[in-house]
Ligand binder design. Sequence first.
Ligand code: AMP
Ligand code: MG
Length: 356
Amino acid sequence: MRRGNIVLPVVLFLSLTLIAAYVFYSNRTREYSSDRFLMDTLISIKVYGSDSEALKEAVASAYSEMHRIASLTDAFPKIGTPEYRESDACRINQQAGVAPVVVDKDTFKILKMAKHYSELSEGAFDVTVGPLMDLWGFGGKNPHIPSPESIKSALSLVNSRDLILNEQERTAFLAKRGMKLDLGAIAKGYATEKAIQSLKASGISKALIDAGGNIRVLGRNLHGTQWRIGIKDPRKQNAVVAILQLEDSSAVTSGDYYRFFEVDGKRYHHIIDPRSGYPAGENMTVTTLTADAALADVLSTLFFVLPPEKAVQMAENLDGVDLFLITDKRRIMHTQSLKGKIDVPSETSYRYDQRR
Ligand code: AMP
Ligand code: MG
């Protein structure tokens, strides 16, 4: 065989290999991940796709959406600052008992949802809990047990029925002076959901947002299977009590171990029962699973305040909602449909009767 006869096929083969390698490389799924501190928590967004620049841009837009929701809902900026003027929550609080305030569309949606779930839970969930939160001081450096008298007077200012919403005018009004919104139980979930919707609009189909342990996933993971999410052990740092599978959905946790102090061996934490004025007492940790992260955030706080049996029963009656919880008696409970989707290690230190 002449030399020329071999050169051509070899060159052809090499070129084809190079082209194949290029096509493979440029279509390869890449991960882009970025962390930011927002809404008092470390937020992490991970996205997957083939175009690095597009991934980066998508995440930047998602963060700006989260930032916008954070600015609207933050009730803590000091009077007179630009942050204060940007916050609908601050303006509503300042005008409590004075006048309705025109708010952003998203703020209105948040308040409408909050009010609805207050009614549904007969006050277990209530974003007008602000005066009680201030008394207990969980937002600041010196949380403490308030006097029973001060709790009693704060209680008279906590009631979502006095949060008046006007759909036509898009206004919100707290009917009594001294009332105060605290959107800490819903804002992060709402912002997370907005970020996911923004990623979707940018063409992303695989993503995971971890907002301080509150998880929202888009699609399946890189291997095409469901994401495996760990539920934190409420009494052991860096340990997991259960693993659950998630796809296109969210898992949001409310726990008594995030912000708390102890007096005489008793734990006082930041989720308050708005009917008593004291920290809700019957659960250590509650994880709600549902598609929408805003709803999951609302429901995890709401279920945390309810007695465990009642919470599970209510979750069973809500479409597309699952619940996992650990009671203060160290008992694991969950909705029926989680059976088979949740993995609790056999050597768990909690009581788990539903395994069978
Ligand atoms: P989460 O971690 O989502 O359960 O939210 C807890 C935060 O929600 C607290 O730090 C308060 O800002 C606020 N909060 C506390 N108790 C309640 C309640 N019963 N209903 C609504 N918001 C609450
Ligand atoms: Mg919540």
